[in-house]
Design a protein around this ligand. Structure first.
Ligand code: 2P0
Length: 331
């Protein structure tokens, strides 16, 4: 059986993707800007076979909605890559909690897209790969690239202008991220469902869309200027605005736990004490804290001491998806 293996890192958005303009093609209602991580990695091995489960995790068959979603995607990408007759299957391994608000779907779908392209011998570049990964999970479009990344909203109906590009490679500005894991289980509401519900029912959603372009512009400038304080402040504001849309939904969606707020307060206290660090939170209760590599130990130590913090993860910035083995014209 021929096949290929790819590895991708999760990414964390500093200006968030929240809402879609097309659910089938995963076209976002807004652009977003993220950093790709080096230490929260997922590996996907894609093979071809007439029988057997389409989706395994660490060798164990996955069932239910997640399996149906992956099978649908594998059929779609095989068709797009001109290998429609092939029945693709995938085995993924994530080195961090899945479905817990740690962007596992970004890493998994990005690695699956890259391994699929390599397995069928498709000759595509990273920009094309980003658009293919996007259809699996929107945020996967960003994990194709390393360092600092922007995913463009695009305006075309076919989505051909909605992919990611690199703003800065890792070496140009290597920041660090500390994750306070405050809840170990799967999250209550998948982000896909929450996004749909919020965009349909929250009276604050229109304001979110309206403010996004300015945040994107300010974030691009802050990154270009390597202005850490501006990046951090914008990231916190954008995150809080996204969560405000969820609180205002009918019925409301709460991703936070009490300890989520305790971590946010600890980050503000660190700043008051002269340790520059900024938080962001995605569709779950975990808090991700941006700081410089020199401050990781101090930040991690402070977060680990907060009652209710289960674990602290540390990561640098990664260099984007890579093929580990397979016969690959993929570049
Ligand atoms: C982000 N999130 O920009 C935002 C912030 C969650 C909060 O991207 O439906 O799993 O697969 O496109 O990519 C999570 O959404 O959603 C996400 P789908 P995805 O990181």
């Amino acid at each position: 059986m021929s096949g290929a293996t790819a590895r991708a890192g999760a990414n964390v958005a500093l200006v968030k993707y929240w809402g879609k303009r097309d659910e089938e093609r995963n076209l976002p209602a807004v652009g977003s800007i993220s950093i790709t991580l080096s230490d929260l990695l997922a590996t996907a091995r894609v093979g071809m076979g007439k029988e057997g489960p389409r989706f395994r995790s660490h060798g164990v068959p996955v069932s239910g909605v997640a399996a149906d979603r992956m099978a649908h995607y594998l059929d779609w990408i095989a068709g797009r890559l001109g290998a429609g007759a092939e029945r693709l299957c995938v085995d993924v391994e994530a080195g961090f909690p899945v479905g817990a608000g740690l962007a596992s779907s970004a890493a998994i779908y990005c690695a699956t897209a890259a391994a699929s392209a390599a397995a069928v011998g498709a000759s595509i570049d990273r920009a094309e790969l980003s658009r293919l990964a996007r259809v699996g999970s929107g945020s996967a479009a960003r994990s194709v690239f390393g360092g600092w990344v922007e995913w463009h909203r695009g305006t075309r109906e076919d989505g051909e202008d909605s992919g990611a590009e690199q703003l800065l490679p890792v070496a140009d500005w290597p920041v660090a991220l500390v994750v306070a894991v405050v809840h170990d289980g799967p999250k209550e509401v998948p982000s896909r469902d929450a996004m749909r519900h919020v965009s349909r029912t929250s009276p604050l959603y229109d304001g979110w869309i309206e403010a996004q372009e300015e945040d994107l512009e300010s974030m691009r400038s802050a990154i270009a200027a390597r202005d850490f304080g501006a990046v951090g402040r914008l990231a916190e504001e954008n995150c809080l605005r996204m969560h405000a849309t969820t609180f205002a939904a009918r019925p409301p969606v709460f991703f936070w736990l009490p300890v989520t707020l305790a971590v946010m307060q600890a980050v503000r206290q660190l700043r008051a004490d002269g340790c520059e660090a900024y938080f962001t939170i995605d569709a779950g209760p975990q808090v991700k804290v941006l700081c410089s590599p020199e401050r990781v130990d101090r930040v991690a130590g402070a977060l680990a001491g907060i009652p209710g913090v289960v674990r602290v993860l540390r990561s640098g910035l990664g260099s984007g998806v890579e093929i580990l083995d397979g016969s690959v014209p993929w570049k």
